[in-house]
Design a protein around this ligand. Structure first.
Ligand code: FES
Length: 162
């Protein structure tokens, strides 16, 4: 287990937050997504030990929790970079130039989709529709959505993150 995961699991405040989420929902299992977000926000991923911890706290089977983590693209079992760069690869964005944008970002960052820079700053991934199909190519950086992102605009966005 990583040091960060150990610290999080030993943190009474983290356990209290999980319990508070559990109490907020009518069924413990309906608090699962929120608990997973909480973990991922803290660690930039959801390792197996944290999945087991959350499963126990919510009274769920660990396999169920893992199934949810691996089903949704927004969760990761591998550590993500500080900035998660999500390029939409669905058809409307592709027709608007998302392939050109992706190739540009791959070259600029020296990454292929799914990879993270060695300094842990950037993870590049491709995703399905980001729900702004009239504004392609769409790029999401953590929780922020950018529309009509040209390669030049991507350079500006990355510079703002430095
Ligand atoms: S197709 Fe890219 S946001 Fe919908």
């Amino acid at each position: 287990m990583s040091v960060l995961a150990s610290k999080l699991l030993a943190d009474k405040e983290f356990a209290a937050k999980i319990d508070a989420l559990k109490a907020k929902y009518p069924e413990p299992r309906t608090a699962l997504l929120a608990c997973l977000h909480l973990c991922q926000d803290e660690l930039r991923h959801i390792p197996a030990e944290c999945q087991a911890f959350i499963a126990e706290r919510l009274g769920l089977a660990p396999a169920h929790v893992r199934g949810v983590v691996t089903f949704y693209e927004m969760y990761s079992e591998k550590p993500l970079g500080k900035y998660l760069l999500q390029v939409c690869k669905t058809l409307p964005c592709m027709l608007a130039g998302s392939e050109v944008l992706l190739e540009h970002m791959e070259r600029k960052l020296g990454l292929k989709p799914g990879q993270t820079t060695k300094d842990g700053r950037f993870t590049l991934v491709t995703v399905e529709c980001l729900a702004c199909c009239d504004g392609g190519p769409a790029l999401m950086v953590n929780d922020e959505l950018y529309k009509n992102v040209s390669p030049e605009r991507a350079d500006e966005i990355l510079k703002e993150l430095e």
